[in-house]
Write a protein that binds this ligand. Structure first.
Ligand code: MTE
Length: 302
């Protein structure tokens, strides 16, 4: 079974989703790696009938607290966010720190399509056809120094355009972090679009992280800073409620959230009476990522 990702965009804006999706019914972990996927071993196809969510689902049911806490708030309010011009500060333990214009970042990478599962810690899930590039490409360009072990990310702070930031419910900026090997894993993406269109603001325009084997809150949106560090960085939800949200936050059906089970999930768009799906270890990407956690107690390192 082969599945290659197009690197150039064609008629997606006008392709009805149903046709777009017919070409991509079987998708999964190793397959999602495109050209290098074959090296990762057996493909992990989605279960029969598991197809990407509609553009409408993906862009109207969101978590983006900078625009409010309701699932429909981001779509309602994110139109006000100015995403041009955009730059990303890359600093800390790198050979080439600087303020990089988004266009410069994008000119050095190849945009691919990756269809990934997305599992929110709140136990709902989606399947999203992202467009983006591997974070590893960008990191290789800036050159992590030998003592860099973690990567920290920050979202912008702009309360004039982000009404949620006028409340202090979170300690802005929204922050997240990965271990350097997680950041370099070929599955880890910086996304710039969905369905071949620019990323809607509510999904984290113009540049957001996608780490498909971790709970969705690790996939930080609208990134303006990437810092390479020697020490584990702070992350927003971990700072707020450390006993509920760990640094790793790998999807794990065997480790429940203190307030609810993580064994199953509700597929968004499945209808009110749809059966819950069992949640998969590492969200179905164990073949690609489990080795990074060999010897670690996944209950202690939640
Ligand atoms: N990034 C920022 N800056 N602010 C947020 O509130 N929410 C996170 C994550 N990234 C969030 C964020 C959570 S909880 C989830 S589940 C995903 O974004 C949701 O991504 P989606 O809205 O594109 O589905």
């Amino acid at each position: 079974m082969t599945y290659r990702f197009r690197t150039t965009l064609r008629d997606r804006d006008v392709t009805p989703e149903v046709h777009y999706l017919n070409r991509r019914q079987v998708i999964g972990g190793a397959l999602a790696l495109g050209g290098i996927g074959s090296a990762a071993g057996a493909a992990v196809p989605f279960a029969e009938g598991e197809v990407p969510n509609s553009f409408e689902d993906i862009s109207s049911y969101n978590n983006f607290y900078e625009f409010g806490t309701g699932k429909e708030d981001p779509k309602r309010h994110a139109g006000s966010l100015t995403t041009k011009p955009w730059s990303v500060k890359i600093d800390g333990l790198v050979d080439k720190p600087g303020d990089y214009a988004l266009e410069d970042i994008l000119s050095g990478v190849s945009i691919e399509e990756r269809i990934y599962r997305m599992r929110c810690v709140e136990a709902w899930s989606m399947i999203v056809p992202w467009n983006g590039f591997q974070l590893s490409e960008l990191l290789a360009r800036v050159g992590p120094k030998s003592d860099a072990r973690f990567v920290a990310f920050e979202t912008l702070v702009r309360p004039e355009e982000m009404p949620g930031q006028t409340s202090r419910m979170l300690d802005w900026p929204y922050r997240e972090g990965l271990r350097l090997d997680e950041a370099m894993n070929p599955l880890t993406l910086l996304a710039t679009g969905i369905y071949g269109r620019d990323l809607p603001n509510q999904n984290g325009a113009p540049l957001r992280l996608v780490v498909p084997w971790k709970y969705g809150f690790k996939s930080i949106k609208s990134i303006v800073r990437i810092t390479l560090t020697a020490r584990m960085p702070q992350s927003t939800w971990n700072m707020l409620i450390p006993n509920e949200y760990g640094f790793y936050s790998n999807v794990n059906p065997e480790v429940d959230h203190p307030r609810w089970s993580q064994a199953s999930e509700r597929a968004v768009g499945g209808g009110l009476f749809a059966k819950r799906k069992p949640t998969l270890m590492f969200n179905g990407y164990a073949d690609e990522v489990a080795a990074m956690y060999d010897g670690m107690d996944l209950r202690a390192n939640y």
